[in-house]
Design a protein around this ligand. Structure first.
Ligand SMILES: *Cc1c(COP(=O)(O)O)cnc(C)c1O
Length: 395
C-alpha cells in the first residue's frame, strides 16, 4: 500500500503540493514528471548513484553514539554524520541524484538558484564532476554577503549571475532562474536544492535524501538490535535533510519525528523564520504550502542567523506533517543554536553547522525517558560558520 505521506500522482500531500507554474514552464515540468521515477528505478541510475554516494560522497555516513551528550541529557543520543560528506553537508546527496537525472534526460546546461551559496556550491561541484555547464542565480546582496561560496562556485567553473531586482536575495534569484528556464527549455535542467518547488521536485528530492534514513535503520540495528529509534530530530529550512532523515520512518507511528525551525531573535520578534508558527497557506516557489506572507500574499523576508534556515516557507510534505501532527514542530533561537553548537564542540569535539545546531538546541527542551533512543541528524559541518562562531565567542 502506498504511504499517505507519499505525494499522490498530482504531487499532493493532503492539501499541500501540486505544481503552480506559468504555462510556459509546463512542458519542462511535465518532461521531468513523466520521467523521474522511471529513471530513478532504472538499474543504470541506481548503479551510478550508489557508486558515487559511496566513493565520491563517502557514504554511508557514520551513525555515532554521542556518549557525553547522552550522559548530559539522560537519553541515548546518536548523531547521523552528514557533516562528514564531501562538501560538508547533506546537499550533495540531492545534487548527485539530480545531475544523473539531468544526464539521463539529455540535458547539457544546469541552472540553480542559491541564497547563502551552499546549494550553489553543491550544484557547481557535480557540474564540474559531470562536465556540464552551470549557471547559478544569486541575489546581488547575497553575493556580497557570501563571498567565499561565490569564489568556490567560480573556481568550480560555474557562472554566477546576480539577481538585481526586488530585495536582491533568494526569491529574486528564484525568479531569475525560472525566467531562464522558460527561455531555455530544450537543453536546460533546473536543479532545486530542497523539498520545495513544483511537483515532482519535493517527491524527487525526498527520495534522493531518503538514503539518510535507509542508513539509519541499518546502523541502528547494528548498534542497538532495533532498527527504529524512539525519536528523530532534524532542522528544517526547506526541509530536505529532515525529509531524508524521516522518510523510512514516516509510516512507523512509534517513531516520534521532530522538525526544528529557526526562531531567529524570537518567534514574536519580527525577525524569525519559524514558518509553521508564523506562516499560513499560500503558494511559494510553485507549490501550495505554508509560508510567511503579508495580507496581500507577498512573501515576508525571514530572518535567522543560519543562512540555510533563512527561508520563508517549508516544503509541502512538511506542511502536511505539521498539519496532520505526524511531526512535532519546535524551534530554536539564534542564541540557543549558538549555545548548542558550543556545547557539542566542547563535549564531543564536533563543530556543527549553525543549521544543525538548531536541531541540537531542542535537546534541552525535551524530557527524555530513561534509555530513550534519539537520532539527531547532523546536517552539516561548521567550517562555513566559523566567522559567526568567532564573533559570538568575542561578543
Ligand atoms: C541548506 C542546509 C540546511 C537546510 O536545508 P534543508 O533543505 O531544510 O535540509 C540544513 N543544514 C545545512 C548544513 C544546510 O547546508
Amino acid at each position: 500500500m502506498k504511504s499517505k505521506y507519499e505525494a499522490d500522482k498530482n504531487g499532493y500531500y493532503g492539501q499541500f503540493g501540486g505544481a503552480f507554474i506559468p504555462e510556459l514552464l509546463f512542458p519542462n515540468v511535465k518532461e521531468l514528471e513523466d520521467n523521474y521515477l522511471k529513471i530513478m528505478e532504472s538499474t543504470s541510475f541506481k548503479k551510478e548513484f550508489t557508486s558515487l554516494l559511496k566513493d565520491y560522497v563517502g557514504r554511508p555516513s557514520p551513525l555515532y553514539f554521542a556518549k557525553r551528550l547522552s550522559a548530559k541529557y539522560g537519553a541515548n543520543i546518536y548523531l547521523k554524520r552528514e557533516d562528514l560528506n564531501h562538501t560538508g553537508a547533506h546537499k550533495i546527496n540531492n545534487t548527485i541524484g539530480q545531475i544523473l537525472i539531468a544526464k539521463h534526460l539529455g540535458k547539457k546546461r544546469i541552472i540553480a538558484e542559491t541564497g547563502a551559496g551552499q546549494h550553489g556550491v553543491a550544484t557547481a561541484t557535480v557540474c564540474a564532476l559531470m562536465d556540464l555547464e552551470c549557471v547559478v542565480f544569486m541575489g546581488e546582496i547575497d553575493i556580497k554577503r557570501q563571498a567565499p561560496n561565490v569564489a568556490r562556485m567560480k573556481m568550480l567553473g560555474a557562472t554566477v549571475v546576480p539577481a538585481t531586482s526586488g530585495s536582491k536575495t533568494l526569491k529574486d534569484a528564484t525568479n531569475e532562474a525560472i525566467r531562464d528556464w522558460i527561455g531555455n527549455s530544450g537543453d536546460t535542467y533546473y536543479l532545486i536544492g530542497s523539498v520545495v518547488g513544483p511537483h515532482p521536485y519535493p517527491d524527487m528530492v525526498a527520495r534522493l535524501q531518503a538514503v539518510i534514513s535507509e542508513e539509519i535503520k541499518k546502523q541502528l540495528q547494528e548498534h542497538t538490535g532495533k532498527s527504529n529509534p524512539d525519536t528523530i530530530i532534524a532542522c528544517v529550512g526547506g526541509g530536505s535533510n529532515a525529509a531524508g532523515a524521516f522518510y523510512h520512518f514516516l509510516d512507523d507511528k512509534d517513531v516520534e519525528l521532530i522538525a526544528v525551525e529557526a526562531a531567529g531573535l524570537g518567534v514574536d520578534s519580527g525577525e524569525s523564520a519559524a514558518t509553521s508558527v508564523l506562516g499560513d497557506v499560500g503558494v511559494l516557489h510553485g507549490s501550495k504550502t505554508i509560508l510567511m506572507q503579508d495580507e496581500y500574499g507577498q512573501v515576508i523576508e525571514p530572518y535567522s542567523i543560519s543562512a540555510g534556515l533563512d527561508y520563508p516557507g517549508i516544503g509541502p510534505l512538511h506542511a502536511y506533517l505539521n498539519e496532520s501532527k505526524r511531526a512535532k514542530f519546535m524551534n530554536a533561537t539564534d542564541q540557543e543554536a549558538l549555545d548548542a553548537a558550543y556545547e557539542l564542540t566542547k563535549i564531543e569535539g564536533i563543530i556543527p553547522a549553525l543549521e544543525s545546531a538548531h536541531a541540537l538546541a531542542v535537546l534541552k527542551k525535551i524530557e527524555f525517558k530513561e534509555n530513550q533512543v534519539v537520532v539527531v541528524n547532523l546536517s552539516g559541518r561548521g567550517d562555513k560558520d566559523l566567522e559567526t562562531y568567532i564573533k559570538y565567542l568575542n561578543g
